[in-house]
Design a protein around this ligand. Structure first.
Ligand code: PLP
Length: 387
């Protein structure tokens, strides 16, 4: 292989996660699969066709470039792409022409959408994003009259596919009141627009955490990212799920992680007791030590903060990463792996024999969230689908 590591994406794990999510949402709620951040590191080009095969027909992305990538790899004609964040005015024509829907959260973009629709002589499909208390982007309650007027006047050029909002941290119970207020604000605003004749096909507010913690936020569509990849948004969310469901044990996790990340040993050598390993004085051997060099470093997404802290699987054992994680290499102590040799498999994330390293075991050690660890995986690492 040309690359120093590779990523596997497990098809049956995705199938099983999507089945679980469908049971949660019920049959009448649309499911939008969120694939921003290169499908949370899984790779848009690999994930999108796979999810389509499993029945997904709406994908949510952040920006026009991700929408283009998704649009280019989707296999089914009926599959829809929705941009939830940034699209420049000069990309709006492309979106309208290709039936890609997009969020609008200010009047400038709303006017630009109408302009693009007239130019293309077809309706722009929009999602009106409401400010409900996250204080990030969205139309404020004060804008309501002007917004309703504008929408109603331009219904020949606009198809209001959705009215949406986003919650400010539903994965933590600390935000309970704020979320409750957001739900109330959303309902009031959405109700106002509807009464004025600016009726949306889909009311959508929930991402992964609210789907579990505030199930009535499901409405007409959910926008799910992290759960479909097999991760809980937070431990709290998982505990909430366990208390609601008939599953009561921590080992009953209904989600399966899709991703594995593997490499192989590039070199093995002995280091006598009392020597420093790698840069500086970060690690000193106490005994004669057998070390393995692994050609994966922080440029590949293995965080430098895992220096002297990370673990990888070799011969089914969890072995420690010793010394600093370098830009493209790290060192593991393999003194307790009899018969270990150059070329042996190294599992950075995933299973080997009876042992397993999860992405969250990284995140726990460095205080990173799963989201961040995943999206740090570079696009260049080859991805393979496995059954
Ligand atoms: C990222 C994102 C989602 C998905 O979030 P998850 O927590 O991964 O489910 C949904 N909606 C919007 C607007 C987002 O930006």
């Amino acid at each position: 292989m040309f690359h120093t590591s590779f990523i596997e994406i497990n098809r049956s794990a995705l199938k099983s996660n999507l089945r679980f999510l469908k049971r949660l949402t019920g049959p009448d709620v649309r499911f939008c699969s969120v694939v921003k951040g290169n499908a949370y590191g899984h790779g848009i080009e690999h994930f999108v066709p796979l999810a389509e095969e499993c029945g997904v027909d709406i994908f949510g992305v952040h920006s026009a470039d991700e929408a283009l990538r998704t649009h280019l790899v989707k296999k089914k004609k009926g599959t829809h792409v929705m941009i939830m964040g940034m699209i420049d005015d000069d990309a709006l024509s492309w979106a309208v022409e290709n039936d890609v829907s997009f969020y609008v959260f200010e009047f400038e973009r709303l006017s630009a959408a109408v302009y693009a629709a007239k130019k293309q002589n077809r309706k722009a499909r929009i999602h009106v994003e409401l400010e409900t208390g996250m204080n990030r982007i969205g139309f404020s309650w004060e804008d309501r009259e002007k917004l309703a007027d504008f929408l109603v006047r331009n219904l020949d050029h606009l198809e209001i596919m959705g009215v949406s909002t986003h919650f400010a941290g539903a994965e933590s119970i600390a935000n309970y009141l704020r979320i409750q207020n957001q739900i109330a604000n959303y309902n009031r605003y959405q109700g106002y627009l509807r009464k004025k004749g600016a009726r949306a096909q889909l009311r959508h507010t929930a991402c992964s955490a609210p789907l579990i913690a505030y199930p009535h936020t499901k409405m007409d569509m959910v926008r799910v990212g992290i759960l479909q990849y097999g991760f809980w948004p937070s431990k709290e969310t998982y505990m909430q799920y366990l208390t609601q469901s008939e599953r009561k044990r921590m080992t009953d996790n209904p989600l399966r992680q899709l991703i594995s990340w593997k490499s192989k040993i590039m070199s093995i050598k002995n280091v006598p007791a009392g020597e420093f390993v790698g840069y500086g004085t970060v690690y000193q051997t106490t005994d004669d030590t057998l070390i393995a060099a692994i050609p994966v470093g922080y440029c590949h997404g293995f965080s430098r903060s895992l220096s002297n802290l990370g673990k990888v699987l070799i011969h089914g054992r969890r072995v420690p990463v010793i010394g600093m994680v370098n830009m493209n290499m790290m060192i593991a102590d393999v003194s307790h792996c009899p018969g270990v040799k150059r070329g042996d498999e190294v599992v950075i994330v995933g299973s080997q024999r009876n042992n397993r390293i999860t992405v969250s075991s990284f995140s726990d050690m460095t205080n990173d969230v799963n989201y961040e660890t995943l999206v740090r995986l570079p696009r260049e690492i080859p991805r393979h689908i496995i059954e």
